[in-house]
Unconditional design. Structure first.
Length: 334
């Protein structure tokens, strides 16, 4: 039996050179009123003063400093290894929690949901910031009501045991590691709940059109890689531009409320962001095709060389390894 003061929820903040925002992020978590205990872990892989700021101002926070920069999936996994809570949450170092958010998250998980998400509020008041907000968080607008979801959430907290049984986050990508995990959990039959009492203020770096285009190009590459790993090709992106614009428009029409006028003003920048994501996804798929083609050519050459050597057993072994590698590259089970 767990001790009475054992944390029910672990908040894992991952950071990399976030000294400008980290104090506000951690303060918004540490000052939460909660019916059950929670712990905070900072996983930092940067080289600025982030760790010093947290250590000086928040002695209750456990700090794990990694010796070199890592992608988000690696940082998440390192935090998971030392987490004690039944539930784990991963607010970014550029996010601030509104009062009551942790209590609402705990209550939602106690209903039995493996994944719980909430509302996102824009914290970057520029035209590019609003455009990025509508692109990334149209399904998480504040006026969307609470209730079960009919598809995997974009971001969420997790039942820690369910998450760890399913496998850790992929560590080899700049973005999209949570998309992979959320789909994996959904496919395994785990469901998600949205609680509107959970409110996070998200501060994006997309303050300018150039930064907006770059950010969504990178996110598009992450999506293209996921498609490639699922065995999809560029045909999956046919009609993507209009589909995504329609999805955003539909979400704003249903839950945008007073944000509808702002949305209308930044539509041209949203189109820029969607186009950048489309280009990024295509480039990732093209890279995957090139990599797969090179692997196939190399392994075909190995087979020819082994066959020319007159060793049937060697040739058969190379062929077997070739087909297994090809299936791994296309996302199939060997």
């Amino acid at each position: 039996m767990k001790p009475a003061d054992a944390p029910f929820l672990t908040v894992i903040v991952i950071s990399q050179n976030n000294e400008a925002t980290i104090a506000r992020t951690v303060s918004s978590i540490a000052t939460q009123s909660s019916p059950r205990p929670f712990e905070i872990i900072l996983v930092d892989s940067g080289s600025d003063k982030t760790v010093d700021i947290v250590r000086a101002n928040f002695p209750e926070v456990a700090i794990l400093h990694l010796p070199k920069p890592v992608f988000p999936g690696k940082a998440r996994n390192e935090g998971l290894k030392i987490a004690n809570g039944d539930v784990v949450s991963f607010p970014g170092s550029h996010v601030e929690l509104s009062p009551g958010s942790l209590a609402a998250r705990m209550a939602a998980h106690e209903k039995g949901y493996a994944m719980v998400t909430g509302a996102i509020i824009n914290g970057t008041d520029t035209r590019a910031g609003w455009a990025s907000y509508f692109m990334d968080h149209a399904a998480s607008l504040p006026e969307r009501p609470s209730g079960p979801l009919d598809s995997p959430p974009n971001s969420c907290s997790y039942d820690r045991r369910v998450l760890m049984r399913s496998g850790f986050f992929p560590e080899d990508r700049r973005a999209g590691e949570d998309t992979v995990v959320n789909q994996r959990l959904w496919d395994a039959g785990h469901r998600a709940y949205r609680d509107n009492g959970i409110k996070l203020v998200h501060v994006t770096r997309c303050r300018t059109p150039g930064r907006l285009a770059y950010h969504h190009f990178i996110r598009g590459r992450a999506w293209g890689r996921i498609l490639a790993e699922r065995g999809r090709d560029a045909g999956e992106l046919s009609g993507y531009f209009n589909r995504r614009l329609t999805l955003i428009e539909d979400c704003v029409g249903r839950w945008g409320g007073l944000l509808a006028d702002c949305y209308s003003q930044v539509k041209p920048l949203i189109r820029l962001g969607v186009a950048s994501a489309w280009i990024g996804a295509h480039s990732a798929l093209a890279t995957h095709r090139q990599t797969l083609g090179n692997r196939q050519a190399d392994r075909a050459a190995d087979i020819r060389e082994a066959s020319a050597g007159g060793s049937p057993s060697t040739s058969e072994e190379v062929a077997k390894n070739y087909h297994a590698s090809e299936k791994r590259a296309t996302g199939e089970a060997p």
